[in-house]
Design a protein around this ligand. Structure first.
Ligand code: FES
Length: 79
């Protein structure tokens, strides 16, 4: 399988909570998309750890090709 695995060609919205620590899956193997579940172990991929400064809805990349992880940058429209 070629990694990162494309999970979907659209972002996933989550309601992020201020200062909560999130781990975005960069490899595409997690079954808890768009977040990491540890399935990257043994591969060169590591999750992107991030927090938000306020409660807000964010759109996380799920094609795993974004240039601005963990956020969707529209790259899914080109693949
Ligand atoms: S499961 Fe994909 S980065 Fe952790």
């Amino acid at each position: 399988m070629k990694l990162p695995k494309i999970c979907s060609k659209s972002p996933i919205a989550i309601d992020a909570i201020k200062d909560k620590r999130y781990a975005w899956c960069s490899c595409g193997l997690s079954d808890k998309q768009p977040l990491c579940n540890g399935a990257h172990r043994g591969y060169e991929f590591v999750p992107k750890i991030f927090t938000e400064k306020e409660d807000k809805t964010i759109y996380l990349c799920n094609c795993k090709k974004t240039s601005n992880p963990p956020y969707c940058d529209g790259t899914h429209n080109k693949i």
